[in-house]
Design a protein around this ligand. Structure first.
Ligand SMILES: [Zn+2]
Ligand SMILES: [Zn+2]
Ligand SMILES: [Zn+2]
Length: 109
C-alpha cells in the first residue's frame, strides 16, 4: 500500500473533498480517509474489497476490477453502487452482476 506524508495527504484530502471525480485514479487515495483526513487506513478484516480508517472507522470500497484491471473506489462518483449486487460498478461497466446472476439462476433449480 502507498504511504503518504502528512502534507501530501492534507493537499489531496482538501482537493478530493471538493472534487471526488478521479479518486479511483489516484493511488495515494487508498491511504487517505476522505471523512477525517487520516492516513491510518488498513484493509478491512472481513471484506477484501474494502479499506477502513482506523481513526474514524469509515470503510470504503477500493479494489481492482476483475474485468479490466482498473481501480474501483466507492468514493468516486464514477464508481456508483449497483442496485442489483451491491458492489461498485467499474468505469468499464462491470460489477458482480454478470458472473453472479448466472451462477444463481443455475444454482437455484
Ligand atoms: Zn477517517
Ligand atoms: Zn473494469
Ligand atoms: Zn451489479
Amino acid at each position: 500500500m502507498e504511504t503518504v506524508d502528512r502534507d501530501t495527504a492534507k493537499k489531496l484530502f482538501e482537493h478530493y473533498r471538493r472534487q471526488r471525480d478521479g479518486i479511483r485514479n489516484k493511488p495515494e487515495m487508498a491511504s487517505i480517509c476522505l471523512i477525517c483526513g487520516s492516513i491510518h487506513i488498513i484493509p478491512k478484516a472481513d471484506d477484501n474489497r474494502k479499506l477502513v480508517c482506523r481513526n474514524c472507522g469509515f470503510a470504503f470500497y477500493r479494489y481492482t476490477c476483475s474485468a479490466c484491471g482498473r481501480t474501483i473506489d466507492g468514493r468516486d462518483p464514477k464508481n456508483p453502487a449497483c442496485g442489483e449486487c451491491g458492489q461498485r460498478v467499474c468505469t468499464c461497466g462491470v460489477c458482480d452482476c454478470a458472473a453472479d446472476t448466472v451462477i444463481d439462476n443455475k444454482g437455484n433449480v
